[in-house]
Design a protein around this ligand. Structure first.
Ligand code: COA
Length: 392
């Protein structure tokens, strides 16, 4: 599927960004105490040196909330102005309700629709494309797109083939409609479900519901055919990138910076070679975070912006691949002057009040629902008819 936004005046721009990672860092040497591996092997074969791993009480939602609040701070936006909250994740807090709903409630985004999106490591770019199109179509003004994961919760820590690769984190962007030139220019999304077994969490769904046997067989953890995924990635990333650039009427030479999904430095090097782009234009922070699935692209984008690698009018290419199999690429022209002004204290204070208020409102609603259910039983019968008093 491809979409281009060149024909309309209404465009979608990134106006806020933020990321969050757990405090706890696990380096390659730590992993050597858990599985038969070495720092040298992990560095040479993947480029990863360390990763952040969620601590007790930290979840996909709590990381997403921190990233979202940071992005709203940069956008200087009242969460009540959000129309859409989309969380791309393969490690939601619950199968349902959606992590996006927890976030909508915690942010006090009272007017926002909220849903999760599952497209493996391509999830963030899928979300970005969907929300950008919804905003450009005219129905919505502001959207929040988050890629957030706690992959450590579905990692088999006895499997050296996978446990060295993954990390936890979240990245968020705020999208806004306006008529300024630039913004999201085009997207290419794709899937090939015949590759479903190459990267899969087999149990816990309707195909293999949770049971003692599935837990004992470690079927609730990531299973991967690394070599096949590697081959797929090196082919699909350049292919999707070329196609999205063609959609936007641009060439590889126009691209200032590529923000690829951070899976393996050798995949990034192969993609750079294949695209004919110098490695310096291919952003990598893989060594510090590992593969954080749908969080990796927004986290890399945040760091690239904060390191001054993004300037106004730059063409930025986001490209990813993942479980499904899926792939996605988006090209955008950066439209915001950088650095953004520090938000006024008043507005920052207002947002902190909004978060407090959202907490209270949530508690109050839960209490009211409980009270309502009990009052309802006293006053009404099962069919909703008001009960008659004895003397009536
Ligand atoms: N430490 C030491 N040795 C390891 C190891 C580890 N952590 N993991 C695997 N090995 C071993 C293998 O057992 C194998 O040994 P053998 O030859 O005796 O069987 C050997 O190293 C080579 O394995 P291979 O699978 O060929 O390694 P590789 O060079 O393909 O690298 C990956 C493995 C997983 C790093 C690589 O295939 C990869 O990055 N694939 C893509 C994964 C990915 O991106 N997944 C997420 C997609 S979103």
């Amino acid at each position: 599927m491809a979409s281009t936004r060149a024909a309309t005046d209404r465009r979608t721009h990134i106006v806020g960004w933020g990321m969050a990672v757990p405090e706890r860092v696990v380096n390659n040497h730590d992993l050597c105490t858990m599985v038969d591996t070495s720092d040298e092997w992990i560095r040479q074969r993947t480029g990863i040196v360390e990763r952040h791993i969620a601590g007790e009480g930290e979840t996909t939602f709590s990381l997403a909330l921190r990233a979202a609040q940071a992005a709203l701070e940069v956008a200087n936006l009242d969460p009540a102005q959000l129309d859409l909250v989309v969380v791309a994740t393969v490690t939601p807090d619950y199968a349902f309700p959606a992590t996006a709903c927890l976030l909508q409630d915690a942010l006090g985004a009272e007017g926002a629709a909220a849903f999760d999106l599952s497209a493996g490591c391509s999830g963030f770019v899928y979300g970005l494309s969907v929300v950008a199109d919804l905003i450009a179509a005219g129905g919505y003004e502001h959207g929040l797109v988050i890629g957030a994961e706690t992959l450590s919760r579905i990692t088999d820590w006895t499997d050296r083939n996978t446990c060295v690769l993954f990390g936890d984190g979240a990245g968020a962007v705020v999208l806004q409609a306006n008529g300024a030139p630039g913004g999201i220019l085009a997207s290419v999304l794709g899937a090939d479900g015949s590759g479903k077994d190459l990267l899969i969490q087999p149990a816990g769904g309707s195909a293999l519901p949770a049971s003692i046997e599935t837990v004992q067989a470690r079927q609730h953890t990531v299973q991967m055919d690394g070599r096949q995924v590697f081959r797929f990635a090196t082919r699909i990333m350049p292919d999707a990138s070329r196609r999205v650039l063609a959609q936007a009427g641009l060439s590889v030479q126009d691209v200032s910076l590529v923000i690829p999904h951070q899976a393996n430095d050798r995949i990034l090097q192969a993609a750079a070679r294949n695209l004919g782009i110098e490695e310096e234009r291919m952003y990598s922070n893989l060594s510090r975070y590992g593969n954080t699935s749908s969080a990796s692209i927004p986290m890399a984008l945040c760091e690239a912006i904060d390191q001054g690698l993004v300037k106004r009018d730059d063409v930025i290419l986001l490209t990813g691949f993942g479980a499904g199999l899926t792939w996605a690429a988006t090209v955008l022209r950066w439209s915001l002057p950088l650095p953004v002004p520090v938000p006024s204290r008043q507005m920052a204070f207002w947002r902190s009040l909004r978060y407090r208020w959202a907490q209270l409102r949530s508690r109050w609603r839960r209490w009211w629902r409980w009270a309502d259910a009990h009052l309802f039983q006293i006053l009404y019968d099962e069919e909703g008819r008001r009960k008659r008093r004895k003397h009536e």
